[in-house]
Design a protein around this ligand. Structure first.
Ligand code: PMT
Length: 403
């Protein structure tokens, strides 16, 4: 059963092309058991009709601040008090600006001022509008006041441009909404997690690397933090923002990652190795840039320490979770890794295909632990991370109670 069962959600819809996706979000929230009331701004109604949301929610849609008929059903103060969560998706640049300025010139902005519930915004706009210093300042101000900003995502936009400004997909927003009401099952627990690639230097400007973007590890760090854990993220070089409430330590090479992890591993309750640590490093790093004088160049490589196995072998080892990136025979190879490295749980993903694994926004995992398995189907990485974090928390507590 979803934690959203019986939770009261005001779904605010403002003017933007992404408003059509809010219909799918409404359905997803209702399927998870939430009770949803939809509030639309006048601009939103230029994109989608009230009828769409009314038909889906089987409830009246609220649009007016000073309409006696609507106010008689549930006035703006009643709506503000009723909500456990006010989720505005899409949140336009204009709406964010009005909220930041404390304006109350329509029903949604007024109830947002009057509510004590968590307010979450899913920004959606043209990338230049999002990057505009005025919008960035509004976003900063709203975060500072305790509002949550979910997204925006990056990618192709309806206006034909590419960049940040897309609304997060409905399933990702659903996972975020669930996390608001999650149990806090890792409250007070210390989690150490690695993410991203490592770079193994050949000379001062070249390195051996891999395709890890850090998306899976960062999403998992965020999910574990939302469960209440104190999360330290040891990160290889990636172009991602540090998740809220996560302490990040940047490293480049496998040896630096080993040092950063081993300095902290004995003091943590849970260790998760998501990083794609290079298995080998050049035996020597040339002091100067290697000249391309010869036709062939040979690199001698030395095996790197296996950080995950080292953590699992500690006398007072934390609950240890590894990942396994496999191109074939996924379950057999992953289970062999789980046994060889003596980890408590391994999350296996197929890599090298067209979907899932490295770089992309989606992944599917097969979780294996002693006597159990669970398949998490192909979904957005934050959704997969949410499911994995819940499972890690559950298995950690079972093991802690046994020990
Ligand atoms: O970052 P993304 O683009 O989102 O991609 C996500 C991912 C594919 C990188 C991630 O889901 C994943 O599979 N991470 C593990 C990648 C990997 O190195 O797999 P492996 O099967 O080679 O290693 C097994 C485990 O040993 C991993 O937990 C790894 O962190 C650990 N390891 C490996 C080598 C080493 N020297 N030290 C280690 O700790």
């Amino acid at each position: 059963m979803s934690v959203l069962q019986g939770k009261k959600v005001v779904l605010g819809v403002t003017g933007g092309i992404a408003a059509y996706k809010s219909a799918a979000l409404l359905r997803a929230l209702m399927q998870a058991g939430a009770i949803v009331r939809v509030v639309m701004t006048p601009a939103a109604q230029a994109f989608v009709t009230t009828l769409t949301f009314q038909a889906l929610s089987k409830e009246r849609v609220y649009t007016e601040l000073l309409d006696t008929d609507q106010e008689a059903a549930m006035n703006h103060i009643d709506l503000a008090r009723w909500a456990d969560l006010v989720l505005v998706a899409p949140a336009s640049a204009d709406f964010m600006a009005r909220l930041a300025a404390g304006m109350a010139n329509d029903l949604l902005s007024t109830l947002s001022l009057a509510t004590t519930a968590t307010i979450a915004l899913a920004p959606a706009m043209n990338r230049q509008m999002w990057l505009n210093p005025a919008t960035q300042e509004n976003a900063r101000l709203l975060r500072q006041r305790g509002l949550q900003l979910w997204g925006p995502d990056e990618g192709e936009q309806a206006c034909g441009e590419t960049g940040p400004g897309r609304m997060l997909e409905p399933d990702v927003l659903l996972a975020q909404a669930e996390s608001i009401f999650a149990s806090g099952s890792l409250q007070g627990k210390r989690v150490l997690i690695t993410a991203g690639p490592t770079r193994e230097f050949i000379d001062p400007v070249r390195y051996v690397g891999n395709r890890s973007s850090g998306k899976m590890g960062y999403a998992l760090a965020a999910s574990l933090a939302r469960l209440g854990a104190e999360v330290t993220l040891i990160s290889g070089p990636v172009a991602l923002t540090t998740p809220d409430r996560v302490l990040r330590v940047d490293v480049e090479t496998a040896l630096q990652m080993e040092e950063a992890v081993m300095a902290r591993a004995s003091a943590c309750d849970i260790f998760v190795g998501v990083a794609a640590v290079a298995d080998y490093r050049p035996t020597e790093i040339a002091a100067k840039k290697i000249k391309k004088s010869s036709e062939t160049l040979q690199l001698n490589l030395r095996k790197n320490p296996d950080i995950l196995a080292l953590v699992a072998a500690l006398d007072e080892a934390p609950y240890t979770v590894g990942f396994a990136a496999e191109t074939d025979d996924v379950e057999a190879f992953a289970d062999a890794k789980r046994r060889a490295k003596k980890v408590d749980l391994i999350a296996a993903n197929r890599v090298g295909g067209s979907r899932g694994g490295f770089e992309g926004d989606e992944n599917a995992l097969l979780l294996l632990w002693e006597g159990g398995r669970e398949a998490i189907p192909m979904m957005a990485k934050p959704v997969v991370a949410e499911r994995l974090a819940e499972r890690i928390a559950e298995r950690y507590h079972i093991q802690a109670n046994l020990g």
